[in-house]
Each structure stands twice: as structure tokens, then as C-alpha cells.
Design a protein around this ligand. Structure first.
Ligand code: SER
Length: 472
């Protein structure tokens, strides 16, 4: 089953169950300063989950479905294996006061196993549910509902780590979850679908308040679903990635079938695909926040490419072409080329320098970052191969000494709900003023595409068809 068909069936299924289709929001969340990126389908619906907005008023429906572009850095170290990614598409169905656990579980089972839909073999699945702990009771209902729709299914009970979302829990809505796992040919299993029963509000003081209503938030990675539906042993062998991998083979002159090349090629494919989608959603390489994350992705692409072919060609046209629509090419191409060209100049020297280092420490890692732009995790990875570790504390101290404190920088990502400080309110007002000023100068065709405010800075994205002049 082709990934286009998989996507379409998901949407059609939930449409047939009375859901309203909502399009994906940007990878850079609008009006949400608590996170740098969209990491889940529910994110654009947060105000509805908390109850400050009414889905019926805005969508004419309590039940929604989407295919959401997501970007997560949390799994970045696992990219290169069979099933982890930074960028992925999340298939989701949501209900805000519409239906409950019984329906959510029933829908999941029907879609996965019915011959009319994905028709996957029933005996390959098992489910997990929240076992309960001293703060939150066990989710016994879900076990009952699984047994009702799938009498022979095995239901395993696990703790907070696995079956409570989000993990780590944030300030906001949260709840127990139930996951559907699929057993692969080699006997290992893979999590495919996460059904979250959002029923608590976790406050800043650490307490959980019952929302008095269960909301449904589910998420399933399209790539993993494609992997099982297409009977492949990794997501990179599905139609979503195969043409990218083939182009990487041509570009590097190496074969994916060589086991030693696989993880490098997978990292290049994932990171490049993620970079493309971030660029399309307006992110540009920089040393701060989202921009630095994009930069790190591209630098890692550069290092991995270098390792495969001992040189770096910043022109990745043929690979990019397999990732995006033709009309978005030019911009994406310019951005990646400029970035890789820039980094390429020091990459060669940096790698030579690294060869001379017998024992790495935090200070040397910082020097490599400072002089050659080597992101910490790249240096770390290169030395891990030699069995050496880097002291992050020492690196960070050096970093601070150099007064380059950038919040996104060193592998830390903004998390937790930021409060609405006075500064943030001022910044919010400033975005309105900025928008008006832009319209005055550039014309009424300027439109806000998003805004993201933290206590440190404001970001305002707008649509306009050309670069601004310095004067403007
Ligand atoms: N929000 C949950 C997740 O991200 C389910 O959609 O897994």
C-alpha cells in the first residue's frame, strides 16, 4: 500500500466517522511560546483541550482529524536505526468532549485490521495501558474496551514512562495513554499508535486536576505505519524514503546495502528531509533557537556525507528534488547550498584537526565548535566511535565563559509552558505594531504567518514575495 493511499485512507476513515478534516499547522507553532516546534498533532488544538476555545465554534465539530507535520529533537540520537526520525507525519484523530475511550479504541482497531481499511493481521498486535501509580489511578477501562473489540489481544500494563502523555509531563493537559504495538517478522515490536486520554490538568505546583471530561488525542507515525503495511524492515525502505536513499547512493557513490553505510545514509535522509520542511516553514540557519537546530541538522548532513565520500558537494539538487515540490526548490536549494558551502570551508580542516586530538575534553570540544563550527553532538559522535566521551559541563562552562549564551545552543530545547510575563505581553503588542508598520511600508499584501514570543525575544513571520531592501 502506497503511502499516499495510507494517508488518504486515514482521512477517509475518520471522515466516515463524522470527523472534520483540519490541515496541518506549521512546524513552527504560531502563538505558542512553550515549544520551538510542532511535535504532535494535538498541539494546534491546545486551546480546545484546555477549554479556552470551542471546537464547535471554530470547526463546527467536536471531532477532528489531521495529518500533521512534526519535528522532534528528542529522538535525534536514535535516528539511523530502523524506525526513528526527527521529522515525521503524524496521523491523528481528536475529540474534544465528543467521544471517549471506547470509541477511540474501537476506531483504532477497525482501521488497522478491517479488510475495508488497512487490513493488517490481528495477531500481530498487542496493546499497552497505564498501570497506575501513587498519583494517577490505573486505566482499567481501556483494558476492558480492548478486550471487547479484540478478545484475543494481549494487553500489557506499564508505568508513566510509557503510558502517560506527555512524558516528561508539561504544565497543561495530560493523561494516561494506550498504545498499539505491532510485532515484526523478526519477533521485535514497534509502537505504532498512541491513544491519549486527556483527562487532567497538570499545574505548575505539580498537582493533577481532573478536567471532568475525557478528551481524545491520538497520534500515529505515517512512516512506521508505511513500514508495516509495506512489510519493510525499516522506515527508510518504504516509498517515503526509498527515492531519497537512492539519490544519496548516487550522490555519494556508496551502496545502502553495505551495512556500514546504512546509519549514515539514514541520518542524511532524515536530517535533509527535516531541514527541507523546516526551511519551507520559514526557518533559516542561524546560531539561535530554531535556526541553530536547522544548522546542526545540515552540519550533520555535511559530516555524514564527508564520511561517505571524503568530500562535500553542497549541491544536493537531485536529493532535494525527491523531497519537495518543484516550486519550493529554489529557496530550499539556496538555503542548503549556502549553509553547506559555508560549513564545508571549515569542515575539512576541522576533521583534520580532530584526527590530531588524542583525548577529547569539554574545552577542546568547545574550541572545535568555536573555530570550525562543529556542533557538540557531531564532535561527540566522532569521538564516541573511539570510545571517548565529552564532559558536557565543561563544554557549557567554556561556552558561558565566551558569553555566547544562546538558549537553543547546546542541545537544550525550550520546554514547559512559558508564563505570560509583562515583557511577553509587551512583545505581543509589538507584533501588532510591527504588522501595521510592515503594511504601511510594504503594502496591504503583508500577512502574518505566525508569531512566537518568549521573554527574550519576539518572532514575527509574514508573507511577502520578495526580500526587503536594507532601507525598508
Ligand atoms: N499527543 C500524542 C503523541 O504525540 C498522541 O497524539 O504521541
Amino acid at each position: 500500500m502506497d503511502s499516499k493511499v495510507i494517508r488518504q485512507k486515514f482521512i477517509d476513515f475518520f471522515k466516515s466517522k463524522g470527523h472534520k478534516i483540519v490541515s496541518s499547522s506549521s512546524l513552527v507553532p504560531e502563538n505558542d511560546s512553550s515549544v520551538l516546534f510542532t511535535t504532535a498533532g494535538m498541539q494546534q488544538f491546545k486551546p480546545y483541550f484546555v477549554g479556552t476555545k470551542d471546537p464547535v465554534k471554530d470547526f463546527g465539530n467536536k471531532n477532528l482529524t489531521s495529518v500533521q507535520k512534526c519535528f522532534r529533537t528528542s529522538d535525534i540520537d536514535l535516528v539511523g536505526d530502523e524506525s526513528h526520525l526527527t521529522f515525521f507525519e503524524m496521523l491523528g484523530n481528536f475529540s474534544i468532549g465528543g467521544y471517549g475511550k471506547k470509541e477511540a479504541i474501537g476506531y483504532a482497531w477497525e482501521l488497522m485490521t478491517s479488510e475495508d481499511w488497512y487490513g493488517l493481521p490481528q495477531d500481530r498486535f498487542f496493546a499497552t495501558i497505564f498501570a497506575g501509580d501513587n498519583e494517577i489511578p490505573a486505566d482499567e477501562e481501556s483494558e476492558k474496551f480492548w478486550k471487547e473489540v479484540a478478545p484475543s489481544i494481549e494487553v500489557k500494563k506499564t508505568g508513566r514512562e510509557e503510558n502517560f502523555w506527555p512524558n516528561p509531563v508539561w504544565v497543561g493537559t495530560c493523561g494516561p495513554s494506550s498504545e498499539l504495538h505491532y510485532i515484526l517478522d523478526d519477533g521485535s515490536s514497534i509502537e505504532v499508535w498512541n491513544l491519549v486520554f486527556t483527562q487532567y490538568f497538570h499545574s505548575e505546583d505539580g498537582s493533577f486536576k481532573d478536567l471532568g471530561q475525557i478528551n481524545i488525542d491520538t497520534g500515529m507515525g505515517l512512516e512506521r505505519l508505511a513500514m508495516i503495511a509495506q512489510e519493510k524492515s525499516s522506515i527508510f525502505e518504504t516509498d517515503l524514503f526509498w527515492s531519497i536513499i537512492t539519490e544519496i547512493e548516487k550522490h555519494t557513490g556508496q551502496k545502502y546495502s553495505e551495512v556500514a553505510n546504512q546509519s549514515k545514509m539514514r541520518i542524511i535522509a532524515d536530517h535533509l528531509r527535516a531541514a527541507v520542511y523546516l526551511i519551507v516553514d520559514g526557518v533559516r540557519p542561524s546560531n539561535k533557537l530554531e535556526g541553530y537546530i536547522l544548522r546542526r541538522l545540515l552540519r550533520r548532513v555535511a559530516v555524514k556525507t564527508f564520511q561517505l565520500k571524503d568530500s562535500l558537494t553542497p549541491q544536493l539538487y537531485s536529493i532535494l528534488q525527491t523531497i519537495i515540490d518543484v516550486h519550493e526548490h529554489r529557496e530550499v536549494e539556496n538555503v542548503t547550498e549556502q549553509e553547506l558551502e559555508r560549513f564545508g570551508k571549515t569542515l575539512d580542516r576541522g576533521l583534520k584537526e580532530i584526527k590530531k586530538i588524542a583525548r577529547i575534553d569539554g574545552k577542546l570540544a568547545f574550541d572545535l565548535y568555536q573555530t570550525y563550527g562543529f556542533p557538540l553532538e557531531v564532535t561527540e559522535e566522532l569521538f564516541r566511535q573511539k570510545g571517548q566521551q565529552i564532559d558536557h559541563k565543561q563544554f557549557e562552562e567554556e561556552f558561558k565563559n565566551h558569553q555566547e549564551i544562546s538558549r537553543a545552543g547546546i542541545g537544550k530545547f525550550a520546554g514547559g509552558l512559558a508564563g505570560h510575563s509583562e515583557t511577553e505581553i509587551k512583545y505581543h503588542t509589538a507584533t501588532h505594531l510591527l504588522q501595521q508598520a510592515l503594511r504601511d511600508i510594504l503594502g496591504p499584501e503583508v500577512f502574518q504567518k505566525g508569531s512566537n514570543i518568549t521573554a527574550e525575544r519576539l518572532r514575527f513571520d509574514f508573507s511577502f514575495d520578495r526580500r526587503l531592501t536594507d532601507q525598508e
